[in-house]
Design a protein around this ligand. Structure first.
Ligand code: SF4
Length: 351
């Protein structure tokens, strides 16, 4: 591991001042410290924000919107009773990620900023445009069955690993960031970037900017009665998604008034399926309507290697997530959250 400076600011202003080029912000460190030990990340300075005051609150507005501080732990958010009731698909996604120990430590902001799990990215002997721009991409032509099928480029075919980010994208979350030039907001869908020609640029954050909170609008709670996150993984816990889907429906008189859909594990960012959402708006829910939406969601998909199977898998998991959402959000998160093998299917849920 390289030598680095360590600073622990006592205010947000101090943290921003310390977060100059070459620095990295440290919260729980569940991803960053692994990257540093492996020589993948070599910050000159760690700015430890883990004890900054005022960034670990879950705050509710009178209209039902919620603002989640960047240091709120994944487990604390997932088990917050009011949050679980209003945004059950987000809680289900949170509880499907990592392990109980990691969820107890990992923070909201860290989850959003985690890096890809592409194995070549972690192997410093491999060519990787994301880690070392211009070096190439050993995943292309290599072991790539879990890589991207949407939005990839010839420079990078990695996927974003987060579960949490998938329903946050579907529900139109907003990200509050603070940096050297003040505070601004970024629509969640615009936070993570597709690789294009510059895969090393992974987010819309400017140098020195720090995520301070995520907000979910009050309208997102209107989907609470019919919202699911479904995740297919190679083990039933402690595994990243092969593919996943967040599906949320707002029904009136048996008709879909509004649908929200996003896929995980298919691209370098959570993949919002807006064309599929538009097809479902005003439709009667049916297997045919869901299959048509899934076709639309994957219309632009193409294999980036030995991963063509993910396209059909993503279609099927989207149909399954929509079918479960139609049945109704379970009163309690299933024992195997987000798993298609969970014993609990849908049940009526009163938001
Ligand atoms: Fe690096 Fe992306 Fe290629 Fe993986 S897919 S080796 S992260 S450039």
């Amino acid at each position: 591991m390289n030598r680095f400076d360590y600073v622990r600011p006592t205010s947000l202003a101090e943290a921003i001042a310390a977060g100059r080029e070459g620095s990295a912000f440290l919260a729980a460190g569940t991803n960053l410290l692994d990257l540093m030990k492996g020589g993948v990340e070599r910050p000159e300075r760690l700015v430890d924000i883990s004890r900054l005051p005022g960034l670990d609150a879950i705050e509710w507005s009178a209209d039902g919107a919620v603002r989640i501080g960047t240091l709120v732990r994944n487990a604390d958010l997932a088990y917050d009773a009011r949050f679980q009731k209003a945004f059950p698909a987000v809680a289900e996604a949170l509880l499907s990620g990592a392990s109980a120990q990691l969820r107890n430590a990992a923070t909201l902001g860290g989850n959003l900023m985690q890096r890809t799990r592409c194995p070549y990215f972690y192997d410093v002997a491999s060519a990787c445009n994301r880690r070392a721009p211009g070096s190439g991409c050993d995943a292309i032509g290599g072991e790539n069955r879990l890589h991207a099928v949407l939005g990839w480029s010839e420079h990078c075919i990695a996927t974003h690993p987060s579960d949490l980010c998938v329903p946050l994208s579907a529900l139109d979350a907003m990200v509050e960031v603070e940096g050297p030039h003040g505070r601004r907001e970024i629509a969640f869908e615009a936070l993570h970037l597709l690789p294009g020609e510059t895969p090393a640029r992974e987010t819309a954050l400017a140098p020195g900017e720090l995520i301070v909170a995520v907000r979910l609008p009050a309208e997102a709670a209107a989907f609470a009665g019919h919202a699911r996150y479904l995740k297919l993984r190679e083990r039933t816990s402690y595994a990243f998604a092969v593919v996943s889907a967040a599906a949320a429906l707002r029904l009136e008189d048996g008709v879909i008034r509004e649908a929200r859909l996003a896929l995980g594990g298919v691209a370098a960012k959570p993949w919002r399926a807006r064309d599929a959402e538009a097809m479902l708006a005003g439709a009667s829910p049916s297997p045919e309507a869901f299959a048509g939406a899934a076709e639309a969601a994957l219309a632009d998909a193409r294999p980036s290697g030995e991963n063509g199977f993910k396209i059909e898998l993503a279609r099927r998991i989207l149909v399954r997530a929509l079918s479960l959402a139609l049945q109704g959000t379970p009163e309690q998160t299933p024992a195997l959250p987000a798993s298609p093998f969970a014993p609990t299917s849908g049940a009526s849920h009163v938001a």
